[in-house]
Design a binder for this molecule. Structure first.
Ligand SMILES: [Zn+2]
Length: 132
């Protein structure tokens, strides 16, 4: 064997594969958001009038409020996730997918397989998290 395979300056990712993963994830998130939205509307409709509030009802009411609060925070999280997925899809188009936003290094493929919308490598991510 003569000269071995040329060393590539840049890692070549299977962008099609990750694009498919991201699109599937996006679909799932949108569906989830719809479900949560419907659930929140349902809870809203179920909250009784203050006028006929008894002790038991107010316990029900606070349970509903809590449920609504949870639903809303889940909705916020989903919103953020969808945004992250969208950003990743843009990066795929720009051919900058898999590159860490902070250090410009490669994000490990295993990490991208687990979190296709990751924009930071593990090192930078933990750095950001330690700062808060
Ligand atoms: Zn990094």
């Amino acid at each position: 064997m003569a000269t071995k395979a040329k060393v590539k300056a840049k890692r070549k990712l299977d962008l099609k594969h990750f694009e498919a993963l991201l699109k599937r994830e996006r679909e799932r998130l949108l569906e989830e958001r719809e479900r949560i939205k419907r659930r929140t509307e349902f809870v809203e409709g179920a909250v009784p009038d203050e006028s006929w509030e008894s002790e038991e009802d107010s316990a029900d009411l606070s349970a509903s409020m809590l449920e609504k609060e949870i639903a809303l925070s889940v909705e916020d999280d989903l919103e953020e996730m969808i945004e992250a997925v969208d950003k990743a899809l843009v990066k795929i188009r720009d051919k900058t997918y898999g590159v860490c936003d902070i250090c410009g290094g490669d994000i490990a493929v295993a990490r991208l397989e687990a979190i296709p919308w990751a924009t930071l490598c593990v090192n930078c991510k933990s750095l950001v998290e330690s700062i808060g």
